[in-house]
Design a protein. Sequence first.
Length: 109
Amino acid sequence: MKMSLKLVAILAVAALALPAYAADPATVSLYKTKCAGCHAMDGSASTPMGKKLGAHSFLSPEVMKLTDAEIAQFTAKGKGKMPPFGKALKDDQINGLVGYIRELMKVKK
């Protein structure tokens, strides 16, 4: 019985550490190949390239206030030093990335 309670406690703690959102593996892969080089896998923009280009953290006040439509537009058309991805990605891929970015924002709060 004691072992069962320990296992339940360990699983409960592990569940709290995981994000509530189980992103589609294709979206995570897309984020990794198109976004993480500058924005980092956690959205912090702490990569060398992100720092060099002045990429914004997804938790920065200016990004946090953006609507989903604005994030999608910046992804499609680019902004500042961020290149446009609208020709390389389909709308549903961009929308998937927006959803993933929103979840990164929630996990870090």
